[in-house]
Design a protein around this ligand. Structure first.
Ligand SMILES: [Zn+2]
Length: 444
């Protein structure tokens, strides 16, 4: 869900700056998960179903439209951790068994559309983006539901300390529907860092954007940088044996990445471009289904795209995808990848400040953000590190640093420095702990 930036003045410190997205917290009316664990084999086949849909609307309205169901051969997720309990993100996908009414699968995530709706353009121009969610292939009829959080602005108006979930979409899945489109892998898959069984590991798939048939060597070299740099940072160094990294080789027709502000347009498979929301370093694509199409060639939990570019930039959205320049000219690609992966894996917030920024549509005083590493000190029950601050006005021997989530005031971060704030630091202990807890959940 966010991007990161670098400015010439702050280059030495490699400070990260970026626009952000809308986001929020707290489940209060989604189907209650049964306390007994869901038995995978009772409800699912060991393969993936994908629901394609369109996410449409404007700043004030949000709608979802069904597109298509797909069958994909690999399911890399846990067979035990099937229902989400972290409550991060702005969207919640739930699968409800039709016969029993039981929640058998759920996953939280954010999207580019969520960020777009905070842009000024969304006040006057409705738009739609193709999106998709993947889940284990159900054996029986099941209701697919999409819930979204009330916006922070609306929650603040209603004097709520969190943003309740609202159901926006429901579709009855019939697993034997003849129109479920079957996908067969056709691309080469490279095992860059094998660790173990996909269901017990975190599986990252690297996708190439803008590397032509003749640039395979460059892609492989950029992948190697990703792998070595990723494991240079904690907690990844200590958890190397729990992470599989693969790459799909899918060459582009033309070399490079589109940069609209330079009038440069390149014909690539995922239509990635810089200048997203007019931020020169923010790389994203509106076509998430095209991203999923290539990822489906390998087992994966997380998609990270390497772009054939030396221009600084990237982006990462929770349980959506991450992007970084394959070989940026500052040599900072490795740190950028790990920063973006923090957004992508568990929705960590940006801990930096945009000087002079006092208004944000995604963070509102009185509304506690869902991010594990930011607080408005409003509803801190889920953040023990913030509780300590509230109790004693000091945590880890000092007051909590004010500023984060692009805002100077009214929001606090756990430590002065962190990789989620600046590229020259490791992840702070609070972020590392949150990563490990999420990793423990995924690898069960
Ligand atoms: Zn941190």
């Amino acid at each position: 869900m966010k991007t990161m930036s670098i400015t010439p003045l702050l280059l030495a410190a490699a400070l990260l700056l970026a626009p952000g997205g809308c986001r929020h917290q707290t489940v209060d009316n989604t189907p209650a998960a049964d306390s007994t664990p869901v038995c995978f084999d009772d409800y699912f086949f060991d393969k993936t179903m994908r629901l394609d849909y369109y996410h449409c609307g404007d700043a004030h309205n949000e709608m979802f439209f069904f597109d298509e169901l797909k069958e994909e051969p690999y399911y890399a997720g846990s067979h035990v951790a099937l229902t989400d309990s972290f409550n991060y993100g702005t969207q919640r996908f739930v699968l409800v068994d039709e016969a029993s009414g039981r929640e058998i699968y759920s996953i939280h995530y954010c999207t580019l559309w969520d960020e777009w709706r905070c842009e000024p353009e969304a006040d006057s121009v409705p738009t739609g983006m193709p999106e998709a969610v993947v889940f284990p292939y159900p054996k029986h009829n099941a209701l697919a539901q999409i819930w979204t959080r009330m916006t922070a602005e609306e929650a603040a108006e209603k004097k709520l300390t969190h943003q309740p979930w609202v159901k926006k979409f429901e579709y009855l899945i019939k697993p034997d529907d003849i129109f479920v489109r079957s996908f067969s892998p056709s691309c080469e898959v490279m095992n860059l860092h094998p660790a173990g069984e996909p269901s017990h590991c975190l599986d990252i798939v690297l996708l190439p954007e803008g590397y032509t048939e003749h640039e395979r060597e460059q892609f492989v070299a950029d992948c190697r940088v990703f792998v070595s740099e990723f494991f240079r940072f904690e907690p990844w160094t200590s958890n190397e044996q729990r992470v599989n990294i693969r790459a799909v080789w899918a060459p582009a027709e033309e070399s490079g990445v589109s940069i609209p502000s330079e009038h440069k347009w390149v014909n690539t498979s995922m239509k990635i471009a810089y200048d997203t929301f007019n931020s020169s370093r923010y790389q994203m694509t509106r076509d998430y289904q095209a991203v999923r199409d290539i990822a489906a060639n390998a087992p994966y939990d997380y998609i990270y795209i390497l772009t054939n570019s030396d221009k600084y930039g990237g982006g990462g959205i929770y349980n959506f995808y991450g992007i970084g320049a394959g070989h940026d000219r500052f040599g900072s690609s490795g740190a950028v990848h790990v920063h973006e992966f923090g957004h992508q894996m568990l929705g960590l917030g940006d801990e930096y400040v945009e000087i002079g920024n006092h208004i944000s549509s995604q963070y509102k005083p009185g509304v506690e953000p869902f991010e594990a590493n930011l607080t408005t000190l409003t509803d801190i029950s889920g953040k023990p590190w913030a509780q300590q601050q509230a109790d004693s006005d000091a945590v880890y021997g000092q007051a909590l640093p004010e500023g984060g989530g692009y805002l100077e005031h009214g929001i606090w971060r756990p430590y002065e420095n962190c990789l989620m704030r600046a590229l020259s630091y490791p992840l702070c202990p609070v972020c590392q702990k949150a990563v490990i807890e999420y990793l423990d959940y995924l690898c069960r």
